[in-house]
Design a protein around this ligand. Structure first.
Ligand code: GDP
Length: 510
């Protein structure tokens, strides 16, 4: 409603002559208009933001202890390079192959389950090295319950052994010590245990609570003793989970299969995953089509602590991403849209911060420059600034009318340093000195004063003000003396007005 806006504009300092129909008001001006008209200001963006309610999926509150049932431990194997982690994982996997039907091939999906003769189960994560462990910790997720620290009996404690201990300590995860390569003649397991004392890893024989097992991963010796030690620790930890309700879990690994599409291995931490469940993870979602175990065998359900490969993702989520079940596909899409929006907002915020930091830097630089130039006269200052601002913002007026006076004397007033600087920079770019001289008699900050009027009178000048006011008595005084006061709130309007003033002073080209 243009009439309404014009009426509201009367409440502001905006020069009505400078507002054309169809021109877009700046948000600041709209704010000012609305505030001065006594209404409340509420930007469209703010409203949209408020209406867009948080639609992220959230974890359920902690489970009732009555709903908790025992679950298998999730174990990560850490240790120095070449101490035998991969060999140990392979050997553990093989103990399962033997118990499978002939022809069964285990495949690497990032985790596998070991069934003990006693009926216990252990889930081993076999994402290579510390990378996955650290990545998940960095995301604040920790699926590992127990760390098996592998130390080669002939090498002893090495750099990555120490790092592994730190990782486990920081994550608050207890250790089982596997002293490997005990088949080697130079193996010295006792030395390893003693060395570890220096890193607060105290084995049982030294009065500590760390179980140590001498093994040969290569020959498959003592692996079941190691597994039993792990189960014993797990029992002490009383690992339990709620296998009912909406599923919660963590992505261990993602891969793409030509036929099956994106597949992720996950450890379920709550609820029981079944076909048809709708899951969200990161900025993607899945309607679960199939579940597989590490042997590629289809599963009907995956309960807490069990590794499972999930098929049905739109895109592959990342290792460490939290998996949450939601009630419908529509809800999953909402959640993904919300997370995408939040991420964009965060990126935008960061971009703005960078820009603001740059602006601040510029302002400081300008201030320094100004301080350096403070003792110079306007003419000298102009020469320096001109070199610094090569971009021409203020080109010669295009149309020329009849010749008038060929000097335009100016008194320039601005509200803040920044706006005054902008105007002076624009004036610097003026390049038709030989046709009409531009003489800046005075420039400064603040509202139009009597002094400005006297200067304008003495130099036959025009007063230009940006975002400043002239009170009634000043206006009357100027009127009486025939002095023009031109007030603007928009830089380009001020420049246009300046061009007009110059225009009528330039010689005609005709
Ligand atoms: P990782 O870097 O910790 O994964 O170590 P690997 O499992 O790749 O093992 C490094 C080397 O040590 C390989 O040549 C293995 O064959 C060898 N190795 C691993 N375990 C044993 C073991 O118990 N006894 C002997 N003699 N060699 C082993």
């Amino acid at each position: 409603d243009i009439d309404h806006i014009y009426e509201a504009l009367l409440y502001t300092d905006i020069n009505l002559d400078s507002v054309e129909p169809d021109s877009v008001l700046q948000e600041d001006h709209i704010k000012m208009i609305v505030q001065k008209s006594g209404m409340k200001y509420k930007s469209a963006k703010l409203k949209e933001e408020k209406e867009r309610k948080n639609t992220d999926a959230v974890k359920r509150p902690p489970a009732d202890p009555a709903d908790l049932t025992p679950r298998p431990p999730v174990v990560t194997i850490l240790g120095h390079v070449d101490h035998g982690k991969t060999t140990l994982l392979d050997s553990l996997r093989k103990t399962q192959v033997a118990s499978m039907e002939a022809g069964g091939i285990t495949q690497h999906i990032g985790a596998f389950l070991v069934h003990m003769p006693s009926g216990e189960k252990i889930t081993f994560l076999d994402t290579p090295g510390h990378a996955a462990f650290s990545a998940m910790r960095a995301r604040g997720t920790n699926v590992t319950d127990i760390v098996i620290l592998v130390v080669a009996a002939e090498d002893g404690v090495m750099q990555q052994t120490i790092e592994s201990i730190e990782h486990a300590k920081n994550a608050g995860v207890p250790l089982v010590l596997a002293i490997n390569k005990c088949d080697k003649p130079e193996a010295d397991p006792e030395r390893v245990k003693k060395e570890l004392l220096a890193y607060d890893v105290v084995c049982e024989e030294f009065g500590g609570d760390v179980q140590a097992v001498n093994i040969s991963a290569l020959k498959g010796e003592n692996l079941m003793v190691l597994a039993e030690a792990t189960v014993a620790l797990a029992e002490m930890l009383e690992l339990k989970a709620d296998a009912t309700g909406l599923v919660e879990g963590t992505v261990i690994e993602s891969r793409k299969d030509k036929g099956k599409g994106p597949l992720t291995t996950a450890i379920i931490q709550r609820g029981t995953l079944r076909k048809g469940c709708v899951l969200v993870a990161g900025k993607t979602w899945a309607k679960v089509r199939f579940l597989f175990d590490e042997n590629g065998k289809a599963m009907d359900a995956a309960s807490p602590g069990i590794p499972v490969e999930i098929m049905g993702w739109k895109e592959a989520p990342s290792a460490g991403d939290e998996i949450l079940e939601v009630e419908s596909e529509q809800r999953a899409q909402e959640v993904v849209a919300w997370r995408t929006y939040v991420e964009q907002q965060e990126k935008l915020k960061k971009d703005i911060e960078v820009i603001e930091a740059k602006q601040k830097e510029h302002r400081l630089e300008y201030k320094k420059k100004q301080e350096k130039l403070a003792h110079l006269t306007w003419r000298q200052r102009k020469a320096v600034l001109y070199k610094a601002n090569k971009h021409l913002m203020f080109s010669r007026p295009k149309e020329r009318t009849e010749m008038d006076e060929n000097t335009l004397s100016l008194i320039v007033k601005g509200d803040v340093d920044g706006s005054l600087e902008a105007i002076l920079n624009i004036l610097d770019s003026y390049d038709c000195e030989d046709e009409c001289k531009l003489d800046i008699v005075y420039f400064g900050l603040g509202d139009i004063s009597e002094n400005d009027i006297s200067l304008a009178e003495a130099f036959n000048g025009v007063i230009f003000g940006f975002s400043v006011k002239a009170n009634e008595s000043i206006k009357k005084l100027a009127d009486k003396k025939g002095i023009k006061i031109k007030l603007h709130n928009i830089i380009y309007k001020l420049v246009d007005d300046l061009k007009d003033e110059l225009n009528c002073r330039l010689p005609s080209t005709v």
